[in-house]
Design a protein. Structure first.
Length: 351
């Protein structure tokens, strides 16, 4: 009987060991992320990431207070992806101006790149960076909640309006819209301090109820809270304008078998020599059915000019169906601002 050569035995043993290792590696546990994806299971989303639902529009985080001032972040999202980040509030005054101007753009870019709140602080802007990330996380949390609501309650949306500046402080409104109807309204910012605390506590709950009852921004001002009411309505309309066509401020109109989509569109405020002009139009079936100025020059001679010219401009807009209307004699600046804001509103409708 022939004996096995020692070298041959070593080679065979080595080959068997390699085969065993390959076999063990091929039996990866099912919890491996690659195996989970192969089996059709998505890995859990990491904390601080943008929600991957169908979130669209702007989401504004809560204001984060820092040692040098408030920081508040607003995100623009498309199908759950962050397309833009901006700071609607940031420390200002003195050296803070320089730090804000240097750090905020870098933070904005980092958010879009990271698609979440896992971003590095900017050197030399520790407090601003911390406040930014805190407000950013708040915005992401709201977007996540909105995505969950849309999946679980048939298209619920949370829309936050732009901040409306008033004589006594900013007002900002957030609404929840389900099936085209406002189901909840709240002021995330309102005037505070001194007598403003009492006025805000009295007026804001009534404005919230009125918004839900009306289903739009055409709510009456609360007596004794003129400035707060005006700011509330402006921010509320801004929130509704962010709703996609067919939701939020859109309604069904018409009779019989035909129904035409009705949309309320608010143009951007046009600055004039005598004050801002801002126009809101109602468009049904592609035609302007109503036009109104939600802002117009006021005070002194402007009151008379506004009261005389704006109704005529409103009528002209409805009659023309576009922004190609004649200026009212004696109201050149108001007319120019009106036409500019009107065109801005119509651009939102694609007309």
């Amino acid at each position: 009987m022939r004996k096995s050569h020692p070298v041959r035995r070593a080679v065979l043993a080595g080959a068997a060991t390699v085969s065993g290792i390959v076999l063990l590696l091929s039996l990866k546990p099912a919890s491996d992320p690659g195996s989970a994806q192969a089996a059709g299971q998505a890995p859990p989303a990491a904390a601080g990431q943008a929600p991957q639902g169908g979130v669209n529009g702007a989401v504004t985080g809560d204001a984060a207070q820092t040692q040098y001032g408030a920081v508040q972040v607003r995100l623009t999202m498309s199908n759950g992806k962050i397309t833009q980040a901006e700071a609607v509030q940031a420390p200002k005054g003195g050296r803070s101006d320089q730090i804000t101007a240097s750090s905020v753009p870098r933070l904005n870019q980092a958010v879009v790149a990271a698609q979440g709140a896992e971003i590095d602080a900017v050197s030399g802007a520790t407090y601003t960076s911390a406040g930014y990330k805190k407000s950013l996380q708040s915005a992401l949390d709201k977007a996540k909640a909105s995505a969950g609501a849309q999946q679980g309650s048939g298209g619920a949306q949370t829309l936050t309006g732009d901040v409306a500046q008033t004589q006594y402080g900013p007002v900002q409104v957030r609404v929840t819209v389900v099936g085209g109807k406002i189901t909840k309204a709240e002021a995330v910012q309102a005037p505070k301090g001194g007598r403003s605390d009492q006025i805000t506590a009295s007026s804001v709950p009534r404005l919230n109820q009125a918004a839900v009852a009306a289903g739009n921004a055409d709510v009456d001002a609360v007596s004794g809270a003129t400035y707060t009411s005006a700011g509330y309505k402006k921010s509320l309309q801004s929130a509704l304008d962010k709703a996609p066509a067919g939701g939020g401020s859109s309604q069904a109109a018409g009779s019989g078998g035909g129904q035409a989509a009705t949309r309320t569109l608010t143009g951007k405020a046009a600055q004039t020599q005598y004050g801002p002009v801002q126009v809101r139009v109602t468009v049904t079936g592609g035609e302007i059915t109503q036009a109104e100025a939600v802002q117009a020059p006021q005070g002194g001679p402007s009151d008379q000019i506004t009261s005389s010219s704006v109704p005529r401009l409103n009528q002209a807009a409805v009659a023309a169906g576009n922004a190609q209307i004649d200026a009212v004699s004696g109201a050149t600046y108001t007319s120019a601002g009106y036409k500019q804001s009107l065109q801005s509103a119509l651009d939102q409708a694609g007309g």
